[in-house]
Design a binder for this molecule. Structure first.
Ligand SMILES: [Zn+2]
Length: 495
């Protein structure tokens, strides 16, 4: 459907699919009639059919989520084969063929395809199996316990991103059980090694098994979420359409070594410190991209009055005084979309208090907005350093291609959003994220990739990601399955 207006017919089709899904999720007998589930805890057991103890789709999803969290896939070392085998087992028990590809000892991808009519190109549901390590003594519950407490599921990976992985898995299973073929194939792809760059995961898959997804058009991955107020209510649905480009630089100043009792004004350290002070005092200016303008203007109503006014008039705000700039920068995540950024991270020099070192070295983590030429940016850095004797070297440059906000995927998200946000106060907005995910590997080979977990997460829960006490509310998890299923059904019908 080309029009973005929400016709009566399309409303009817969404509501009937919603109704069908609702029935499917609340009536296990219907699930059994429509589907082919059999097997263990992951699927409805054959003997349960005769009793009233059916495990419903969502009940199953929760069990699967907990069991998946109990597998320790901390990276390093990863051991993601544990997770890949588990996911393959669940898929097979639900009648979907799955393959596990070993990428390194103990590490593996899981791949499965739910065939559709083939009328439109396929959709990849991407998720990573590995998690960042957890320091157990800091946690309220053991990080690999999958504990359920007060309506939340606790565990390393609950948000990043085993929760989303199971939402993708269960959405695919729900569609399989509906018995209705979609006009797009669905590909489930779980990968290892995301947390340290993806060499044994997404990069390996694209290089060695890329032909398996070459007929696909879209990819859905982690990246952003439904941002929520502290009471869990949605503020806006943020779809990650791009990641900032990564530019890591090394700075080296060289000078004469000497006895520290006789100071050298021009020592390597002194020159480096002066240059870095200029850099810290002159951060890159704001650059307002059209998507970012759209983001700020659309979410202005979710902020307190004063900040809301700044957001509503973001074009004016980004060219106002220093106080306004500081106010905007208080929200580090949102303001990262407003500029290229430079963070001084590594500093190395000297080995003894009474020796002036001959070399001073530091590293900068720069994150560039889409479309910025990195050579031009390095030139700007040199100009700010004002010291040609300092060598600037490129440690890493990762160009990240953006995906368009105007697309069938975003249209599908907007349609499902409209079912919940009838007053338009919970808009779907484009987000450029400052971090990187595995999406870039697939954007590089031409897929339109979007980072969007359709779950409400507030600031408190978001802070547990990579931190302690990571957990996801069950209500968000369940709604995530409903929403993603509907989004995939809608996407299958849109060009
Ligand atoms: Zn992640």
């Amino acid at each position: 459907m080309k029009s973005s207006t929400f016709s009566y017919k399309s409303q009817l089709s969404i509501f009937s699919s919603l109704l069908a899904l609702q029935l499917l999720l609340t009536n296990p007998n219907l699930c059994m009639a429509a589907g082919s589930a059999s097997g263990s805890a992951a699927a409805v057991k054959a003997e349960d059919r005769k009793t009233d103890t059916h495990i419903q789709v969502k009940g199953q999803a929760l069990t699967i989520f907990k069991e998946y969290l109990q597998l320790d896939t901390s990276n390093p070392p990863g051991n993601e084969k544990l997770g890949a085998d588990y996911l393959a087992k669940v898929l097979k028990e639900n009648g979907i063929e799955a393959s596990v590809f070993e990428t390194a000892p103990g590490r593996a991808c899981v791949y499965a395809r739910l065939k559709g009519t083939g009328k439109r190109k396929g959709v990849v549901l991407l998720n990573h199996i590995d998690v960042v390590p957890a320091h157990a003594p800091d946690w309220k519950f053991p990080p690999f316990s999958g504990t359920e407490q007060d309506g939340e599921i606790w565990g390393r990976g609950a948000i990043d991103m085993k929760g989303m992985g199971i939402i993708e898995l269960m959405s695919m299973i729900a569609i399989k059980r509906s018995g209705k073929l979609l006009d797009r194939d669905l590909v489930f792809l779980g990968t290892p090694d995301e947390e340290v760059g993806g060499a044994h995961g997404a990069a390996w898959f694209v290089k060695n098994k890329g032909e398996l997804i070459k007929d696909c058009e879209y990819l859905i991955n982690e990246g952003f979420i439904i941002d929520a107020y502290s009471d869990g209510k949605a503020k806006y649905w943020g779809v990650d359409v791009a990641e900032k480009n990564i530019l890591w630089l090394g700075l080296t100043a060289k000078g004469l070594a000497g006895h520290a009792s006789m100071p050298q004004d021009n020592s390597a350290n002194n020159r480096m410190v002066r240059a870095l002070a200029r850099l810290a005092d002159n951060p890159p200016p704001f650059t307002l991209l059209p998507e970012v303008k759209h983001f700020y203007e659309s979410i202005a109503h979710t902020e307190p009055a004063q900040l809301g006014t700044l957001y509503r008039n973001i074009e004016k705000s980004t060219s106002a005084d220093k106080a306004t700039a500081s106010k905007l920068k208080e929200d580090k995540l949102k303001s990262s979309m407003l500029a290229n950024t430079v963070s001084l991270t590594v500093m190395k020099a000297g080995y003894k208090t009474n020796v002036i070192p001959a070399e001073s070295y530091c590293e900068l983590d720069c994150r560039l907005l889409p479309g910025v030429d990195h050579q031009a940016f390095i030139k700007q850095i040199r100009e700010i350093l004002q010291d040609d004797s300092i060598e600037v070297s490129v440690i890493q440059w990762e160009k990240a291609e953006p995906s368009p906000f105007e697309s069938a995927f975003v249209k599908a998200v907007k349609k499902v959003n409209a079912l919940e946000s009838k007053d338009g106060k919970t808009p779907v907005v484009p987000v450029i994220v400052p971090w990187f995910t595995d999406s870039h590997w697939f954007r590089e080979v031409g897929l339109k990739a979007y980072g969007f977990a359709p779950v409400e997460i507030d600031a408190e829960h978001l802070a547990t990601m990579h931190g302690k006490d990571e957990r996801l509310p069950i209500s968000s998890f369940n709604k995530g399955i409903d929403r993603l299923t509907l989004i995939l059904q809608e996407l299958a019908q849109l060009d």
